[in-house]
Design a protein around this ligand. Structure first.
Ligand code: ARG
Length: 432
């Protein structure tokens, strides 16, 4: 295995040590960010006179060639992506490649590439969130008057509309967007120039690299810059929160597409069949999202567990930050797309939903509100409506069947005006 170190070693490392320490496969997911970080570093070395301008240009040209050729041209029998890129650079430009690592360590390099990668990924996630919100908003507008039962304790509670229900998911996504933006701002500081842990004696210009890479400013403390991974934990936490909400939407789709609810039909393109039961149409994607949420939550716990025992300064343990990060981001991006697709293509069974609000006594609160609005203390109104419910049960009728005569039979004092609020549609229309 090709290495960037070894001068002080008389024996080569054991094969198992090489394999155990290798991160190249994971690292290839942020090879571009590593190249971009190196270009900024090389330019700064030239501008500050640490290396000559000509040498800097040779390095930049070589790095650009690597960028154009893509990751397939990189050697993978190496420890990590930093080694692969430097190795390739040496093949392209010769020994001057060795100057790229002046005033830099893989410790600040990897932290820089990870922050750049996270920025790019957050922008993708933010775009996806907005796309998804557009779909929800359009459906919410279309179904703003479509009646459905609103639930608490998974029991019919009060009538609502499908539009109102969908907008609850819209606002959850809005918060995720805010979280992602906050995280973007918090993480947008440059570790480059912190070197291994203590900065460098070379007259580097950290502001120059920070600005070229689009960071707000350099991280002031070199030790902090190389050992902080809280931005990745933040990202894993945001990913977990997004997945938790997508899992809840998925759970609704699983339930609602079942026969007992029948509120929605999922499209063929997002469902799967059974190998034995020909009639089946399974909501596998929703189930997998629900299931994979467990892994995304675990990814946050994984890195938090890695970090909690680490002394300040770079520790190799932090190499374990990237597999969970890449895994969570991949799952979040796929799941956002899939839930969007399931909602975009589904057929809401509006009649079934509306019918389901009838006969469920879910306008009882409206009657109590009516009485309270007309002067009765709410607690008393609650009791009175309780009696009305019993009265209906005794007669085998539901609230919508009430008329003036039955009402008077149940309780002569109840004003007949309550009949104006017993229909589910009146309930949703009366809500401010
Ligand atoms: N693969 C390493 C990581 O992800 C790169 C930094 C290695 N630094 C070192 N001092 N061994 O953390």
């Amino acid at each position: 295995m090709k290495k960037l170190w070894g001068g002080a070693f008389s024996e080569s490392t054991a094969d198992l040590v090489d394999r155990f320490g290798q991160s190249i496969k994971t690292d290839l997911q942020f090879w571009q960010e590593d190249v971009i970080g190196s270009v900024a570093h090389a330019r700064m070395l030239g501008e500050t006179g640490i290396i000559s301008k000509e040498e800097a240009q040779i390095l930049i040209d070589g790095l650009e060639k690597i960028h154009e050729a893509g990751p397939e041209a990189l050697e993978i029998d190496v420890e990590d992506v930093h080694t692969a890129i430097e190795y390739r650079l040496r093949e392209l430009v010769g020994d001057v490649a060795g100057k790229l690592h002046t005033a830099r360590s893989r410790n600040d390099q990897v932290a820089t590439a990870a922050r750049l990668m996270l920025h790019n990924e957050l922008l993708i996630v933010l775009d996806q969130i907005k796309d998804f919100q557009r779909v929800i908003l359009a459906q919410a507008i279309e179904h703003k008057s479509a009646l459905m039962p609103g639930y608490t304790h998974q029991q019919h509670a009060q009538p609502i509309t499908l539009g109102f229900h969908l907008m609850a998911h819209f606002w959850a996504l809005q918060r995720h967007g805010h979280r992602a933006e906050e995280l973007f701002g918090l993480a947008n500081y440059s570790p480059l120039g912190a070197a291994a842990l203590a900065g460098t004696s070379f007259p580097i210009d950290r502001h120059m690299t920070s600005a070229e890479l689009g960071f707000t400013a350099p991280i002031p403390n070199a030790l902090d810059a190389t050992s902080d991974r809280s931005f990745i934990m933040d990202a894993l936490h945001v990913c977990a929160l997004i997945m938790i909400d997508l899992s809840r939407v998925s759970q609704e789709l699983v339930l609602w597409s079942g026969r007992e609810f029948g509120f929605v039909k999922l499209h063929d393109s997002v469902t799967t069949g059974s190998s034995i039961m020909p009639q089946k149409r399974n909501p596998d994607m929703a189930e997998l999202i629900r299931g994979r949420t467990g892994r995304v939550i675990a990814n946050w716990v994984t890195l938090a567990t890695v970090m909690k025992g680490l002394p300040i300064g770079y520790n190799r343990d932090t190499q374990e930050d990237k597999p969970p990060l890449f895994d969570s981001l991949r799952k979040v991006k796929d799941s956002l797309k899939l839930v969007q697709l399931m909602l975009e293509t589904c057929e809401w069974q509006l009649d079934v939903m509306a019918k389901s609000t009838h006969g469920d006594f879910s306008t009882a609160t409206d009657i109590a509100d009516y009485l309270a609005a007309n002067g009765m203390p709410f607690r008393e109104a609650h009791e009175v409506v309780g009696k009305v419910v019993i009265g209906c049960n005794e007669r085998g009728i539901v609230l919508e069947d009430l008329n003036a005569a039955i009402l008077a039979e149940i309780d002569a004092d109840i004003p007949v005006g309550v009949l104006s609020v017993i229909q589910p549609v009146d309930s949703v229309n009366s809500t401010s």
